[in-house]
Ligand binder design. Structure first.
Ligand SMILES: Nc1ncnc2c1ncn2[C@@H]1O[C@H](COP(=O)(O)OP(=O)(O)OP(=O)(O)O)[C@@H](O)[C@H]1O
Ligand SMILES: [Mg+2]
Length: 245
């Protein structure tokens, strides 16, 4: 099995914050692989290390020990400059705080990462992303003129536009009503099915997790369980079992 099968992998990753009495072990020896073209949901109680894991995988934070790879690239040895370039060229992000640029229109925000990288969008793909997310008539609006849900959809479109190797979303539907949430998850699902996109999201919502191919569960900084072909009911059952154990 070659590493190219995986869009991302963490091997023995540990990460702590603080020292002495205030020391928190946010991740303890976490090893996990993300197969290309697979949609994974990361779940677990508040404080279990989900965001920390995602930040380490995406090169936004560094592990204390262990290694992280994006494709075949080991992040450990990269300079800040190389890391910035890797994030820009190979990773798409959708975070709960949308990080849209207030002075740019929705369309300009969507194509910003591509513009910075000097790449051109595949117009057909861009059009389908914009239409599927229902943003066609909002493209000239600035973020302040958009609802929270619309801003989140712009953030999603921005992540999808460049067809990055992997998309990371930390509670990407956390602020959305169920309809917008379903739309966003639907387009992530379609990007996996139709484009072979690799997607990893953190979510607290069993219905959101049910869009994934696989759900992994974190507890107290450790990977404790994994569920394949989840349904909202099977995810909920699993969450209850984990709480009880
Ligand atoms: N910058 C930091 N400084 C100190 N402790 C931190 C920091 N970031 C996270 N932690 C701690 O590390 C642990 C894991 O945090 P993390 O944000 O990864 O949890 P999470 O699973 O994403 O939680 P939530 O569901 O609430 O977002 C928590 O105990 C948290 O308090
Ligand atoms: Mg979090």
């Amino acid at each position: 099995m070659t590493s190219t099968e995986f869009a991302a992998q963490a091997s023995g990753v540990s990460k702590g914050y603080g020292a002495g009495d205030t020391r928190v072990d946010a991740l303890i020896d976490v090893s996990i692989e993300f197969r290309r073209g697979e949609f994974t949901a990361i779940m677990g109680p508040s404080g279990s290390g989900k965001s920390t894991l995602m930040h380490c995988l995406a090169g936004l934070d560094s592990a204390d020990s262990g290694s992280v790879r994006i494709g075949e690239t080991d992040l450990t040895g990269l300079s800040d400059k190389e890391m910035t370039k890797l994030r820009r060229d190979r990773i798409g992000f959708v975070f709960q705080s949308f990080n849209l640029v207030p002075t740019l229109t929705a369309l300009e925000n969507i194509t910003l990462p591509l513009d910075i990288a000097g790449r051109k969008a595949d117009q057909q793909w861009l059009d389908s992303v914009i239409d599927t997310l229902g943003l066609r008539d909002r493209l000239s609006h600035r973020p302040s003129e958009l609802s929270g849900g619309q801003q989140q959809r712009v953030a999603c479109a921005r992540a999808l536009a460049g067809q990055p190797e992997i998309i990371f979303g930390d509670e990407p539907t956390g602020n959305l009503d169920s309809r917008s949430s379903g739309e966003v998850l639907g387009i992530l699902r379609r990007s996996v099915d139709q484009l072979g996109q690799t997607v990893v999201i953190v979510t607290h919502d069993p219905r959101a997790a049910a869009h994934a191919d696989r759900v992994v569960f974190l507890a107290d900084g450790r990977l404790v369980d994994e569920l394949h072909s989840p349904t909202a009911d099977s995810v909920l059952d699993h969450m209850k079992q984990l709480e009880a154990s």
